[in-house]
Ligand binder design. Structure first.
Ligand code: PMP
Length: 449
């Protein structure tokens, strides 16, 4: 069998061939049903097979599928940019369309550097970030990422950007309590800036909630205010990587809204095309664009398929679908229900150490001993085993434990399409319970549940 994907099948199992998708379910060519509790890679935010999106795509295809961005724009691209500007906080009025989250964060990085160059400051070239963060797989994006596993092979090609600890309260690097920690891990940024020199640093990039490499690591109240103040004081731009959190995933259009902060640049992706088409974007505020518009007037970045009309038509239809069906407004209610059910599971399964996150981006961290928060030995690869068991049970969940210094190898994300209904959450929990029971019986010596 030829696979387009060269990743070794998990634990020797074959990759199922998906035949079709409907709502929160996928069906393979042998008729097996999978409840997509991870929206693929936190992408299929409105579920599969939505007619309005397919219609919009077809409509655009009938008119024109491709125009080259430096020759033409399109109705779809213009309307999408306009709508995004309307729906996002602050004055993020400039929209640079690309095709993946990695391109979006790299574009954000380049625009930040160019912003300072246009002001005559050519030394500001670094983009600092946090360990345990993930900003993409291309070399610039990977340079900003604190995902040690994904960096390892390419270290000589990467800049060594990440600098500060993440706000990982479950395992606070300073052994403090979130309620009165003084946000020491955010204050670290100030110390690091002093060491490196603010004149070397263009921007600081952060995922408002850390997704792929931590499992929904959510900062305590006040954390981002401290970060933002430090950035402003030092003339450093703040880039919010909302590739995973954006487009309603956490119950707001942008997760930054939860902490009332206005980023200078935002990277979007994943849920933007909701899996129907590849599209991502860097949103840029007026203040960041100003010197560029007064200077060279052109952003030194772009791809052949940037602002592809068909992808733009899809993203516009996704936004209209979210609005028309008031989907983002309903996320909080569903989140409360899902967390309550997960907490009940936690009562029965002591290996669930932590439940965290916001909206429909919930992380579970697994531990050998809940009291001591002892992680499982990484070589056991328990997350991979759990995910395979879940898949066998017709449930898709997402691995999210990159670890930091060898700690926290075992986390997953539960992030179903935002369109999931309450009875469908019950079904998700039912399948998760069966999975946990099998996992417990098969891999953990003490029987639970
Ligand atoms: N940033 C974040 C926060 C992400 O979660 C991801 C993907 N997991 C990326 C960037 C990279 O996106 P892509 O895989 O589309 O390049």
């Amino acid at each position: 069998m030829h696979q387009t994907n060269l990743i070794k099948p998990l634990l020797g199992a074959n990759y199922p061939v998906i035949d079709y998708g409907k709502g929160i379910y996928l069906y393979d060519n042998e008729g097996k049903e999978y409840l997509d509790a991870s929206s693929g890679a936190i992408t299929a935010n409105i579920g599969h097979g939505v007619k309005e999106i397919i219609d919009a795509m077809l409509e655009q295809a009938k008119r024109v599928s491709f125009v080259y961005r430096s020759q033409f724009t399109s109705d779809a691209a213009e309307k999408l940019a306009q709508k995004i500007a309307e729906l996002t906080i602050g004055d993020l009025n400039w929209c640079f369309f690309v095709n993946s989250g990695s391109e979006a964060t790299e574009t954000a990085m380049k625009i930040a550097i160019q912003h300072w160059q246009e002001k005559g400051i050519h030394t500001k070239q670094k983009v600092l970030s946090r360990w345990m963060s993930y900003h993409g797989i291309t070399l610039g994006a990977l340079s900003m990422s604190g995902h040690t596993g994904r960096r390892a092979r390419f270290i000589p090609l990467l800049e060594d950007f990440p600098v500060i600890h993440p706000p990982y309260c479950y395992r606070c690097p300073y052994n403090l309590e979130a309620s009165n920690c003084g946000h020491v891990c955010a204050q670290e940024l100030d110390t690091v800036i002093k060491r490196i020199g603010a004149n070397q640093i263009a921007a600081f990039i952060a995922e408002p909630i850390i997704g792929a490499s931590g499992g929904a690591i959510t900062p305590p109240k006040g954390y981002y205010k401290v970060i933002k103040e430090i950035c402003e004081k030092n003339d450093i731009l703040f880039i919010a990587d909302e590739v995973m959190t954006g487009f309603g995933r956490t119950g707001a259009m942008l997760a930054c809204e939860h902490w009332d902060i206005e980023p200078d640049i935002v990277a979007l992706g994943k849920g933007m095309g909701a899996g129907y088409a590849p599209i991502a974007a860097a949103l840029v505020s007026e203040r960041v664009m100003k010197p560029i518009l007064a200077g060279s007037k052109i952003v030194m970045s772009g791809h052949t398929l940037s602002a592809n009309p068909q992808s733009c038509a899809v993203a516009l239809a996704v936004l209209e679908y979210l609005e028309k069906n008031e989907i983002i407004k309903e996320v909080d209610k569903k989140s409360v229900y899902l967390i309550e059910k997960l907490e009940k599971l936690q009562d029965n399964f002591p290996f669930i150490g932590d439940i965290r996150g916001k909206g429909l981006m919930i992380g579970l961290e697994f531990v050998k001993d809940r009291e001591e928060k002892t992680p499982f030995p990484r070589e056991l690869q328990l997350t991979q085993k759990l995910i395979q068991l879940a898949q066998n049970c017709g449930l898709l969940i997402y691995p999210a434990g990159a670890g930091i210094d060898g700690i926290n190898g075992d986390s997953v994300l539960i992030a179903p399409p935002l369109t999931i209904t309450i009875p469908e959450i019950d079904e998700l929990i039912k399948r998760l319970q069966v999975t946990f029971q099998l996992f417990s019986n098969k891999y953990l010596s003490v029987r639970e549940g």
